[in-house]
Write a protein that binds this ligand. Structure first.
Ligand code: NAI
Ligand code: MG
Length: 397
């Protein structure tokens, strides 16, 4: 069989450091692939006026699978300021390349696992009945609709007349906002389509079945957001009844879910939600298993284009340290999700086992695991660098 080709997109800031170390881990684990690098991020915005050049899209079109580090995004004015002088009069407007990728390839399914590693000093703990300390073992995977809803970009401030009139034809808009001057109104919509709602629900149930989770929890708010959350809930009920009778469907409201996740996080398995609530609930769970240094994610389209990335951003304040100090585990875990996706489960199991051993042993810890502030001298103070953490994992392999 010919070697698989993986597109690597380091992006900005710490993206490159964590991706480089992850590639070393993949190699040490025996994953044999060719890598082609895709240009993405701030550098390409500044020099070409496009943070997601067409050549990168073409690469992903061809090879389908990508590992992505992180990108930097800056507000509109700053983005314009940093544009190369010869591009300044071209009317270019910055937009996030990661959102661009999601839209271009319809990467509608986003999965974010949050699993406790024994011995991680950042694990969530609580007190039990006898006042003893309990450390619940969390094994949750959040399925987040990745392209619609509140992040769908259908928004207005001071909407044009025909939009405003359409809204005014809704009795509740008229009653609650009819007295507000049009110029003072901002509207962001939350649009769900049946097809994509079905797809994210199905992805969640399929995953629960494949990996033996006993429940799928819908974390929305159908009692208040009746049309979108309501539709999703109805579809989930139907789907469970018809196709997944062996899996329980739980329905929680997103606000209550954020409370429950610190009371009994071990009770949840697969969680499914729309775009924004999925984003929120996945950050919530990530906080219980170590935060951004551990939060990995995958996003894919139903026709097989998939991008694997840590949840964290480019952490620009750490990007220029001579020795990189950030935790590579979120990126390494994201690469494990890639391996699962391309049916290389043996290799991903091996890597996860090595990561688990390093964490359990507790000798090698990055600054975040030592609850230090991320200053440039943390390595001198005993924290492992990005590379040292990867070395420790490789040694276990
Ligand atoms: P961030 O995730 O880059 O960093 C926030 C803080 O989290 C860091 O200062 C650091 O203390 C900690 N942190 C992040 N990654 C870590 C790691 N691997 N190990 C240990 N600690 C880690 O988020 P921030 O500061 O809000 O955004 C910085 C830039 O990243 C912005 O330009 C933002 O737009 C972009 N961003 C990009 C994302 C992406 O590429 N998918 C996601 C989030 C933010
Ligand atoms: Mg987020």
């Amino acid at each position: 069989m010919s070697k698989r080709t993986i597109v690597t997109m380091p992006g900005d800031g710490i993206g490159k450091a964590v991706l480089d170390e992850t590639l070393r881990v993949l190699e040490a684990a025996g994953f044999d692939a060719e890598y082609v690098e895709g240009d993405i991020g701030w550098e390409f915005w500044k020099s070409e006026g496009n943070p997601l050049p067409q050549r990168t899209i073409d690469l992903l079109e061809k090879h389908k699978i990508a590992l992505f580090g992180a990108i930097t995004s800056k507000p509109k004015d700053e983005a314009f300021e940093e544009l190369a002088p010869e591009l300044k009069d071209k009317g270019l407007v910055y937009s996030s390349p990661i959102v661009g990728l999601r839209q271009h390839f319809n990467l509608e399914i986003c999965a974010r696992p949050c699993k406790t590693y024994k011995g991680n000093p950042l694990n969530f703990i609580r007190r039990g009945q006898g006042n003893e300390i309990e450390e619940p073992e969390i094994d949750v995977v959040i399925f987040r609709q990745n392209t619609e809803g509140l992040y769908g970009g259908v928004e207005w401030s001071n909407p044009e007349d025909k939009v405003y009139e359409t809204f005014m034809s809704h009795p509740k808009f008229k009653k609650n906002f009819g007295h507000v001057p049009k110029e003072e109104i901002s509207i962001s919509t939350r649009i769900f389509s049946k097809e994509r709602t079905y797809n994210i629900l199905k992805a969640a149930f399929d995953y629960a079945r494949k990996y033996g989770y006993k429940s799928v929890t819908l974390a929305e708010k159908p009692n208040v957001i009746r049309e979108t959350s309501g539709m999703m809930y109805k579809m989930a009920l139907q789907m469970q009844k018809n196709d997944y009778p062996e899996i329980e469907l739980w329905n929680t409201n997103i606000d209550a879910q954020m409370m429950w996740l610190t009371k009994n996080p071990e009770n949840y398995g697969v969680i499914v939600a729309g775009n924004m609530f999925g984003d929120i609930v996945s950050d919530g769970f990530a906080g219980l298993i170590g935060g951004l240094g551990f939060a990995c994610s995958a996003q894919w389209s139903l026709d097989g284009v998939a991008v694997f990335e840590p949840t964290h951003g480019s952490a620009p304040k750490y990007a220029d340290y001579e020795t990189s100090i950030v935790n590579p585990i979120a990126m390494i875990e994201s690469a494990c999700m890639m391996l699962d996706f391309i049916e290389e489960k043996e290799i991903s199991d091996k890597i996860r086992k090595a990561v688990a051993e390093v964490i359990a042993e507790g000798k090698v810890r990055t600054y975040d695991m030592m609850k230090m502030r991320g200053t440039a001298d943390v390595v001198k103070k005993g924290a492992a660098s990005t590379k040292e953490m990867a070395d420790a994992i490789i040694a276990k392999l």
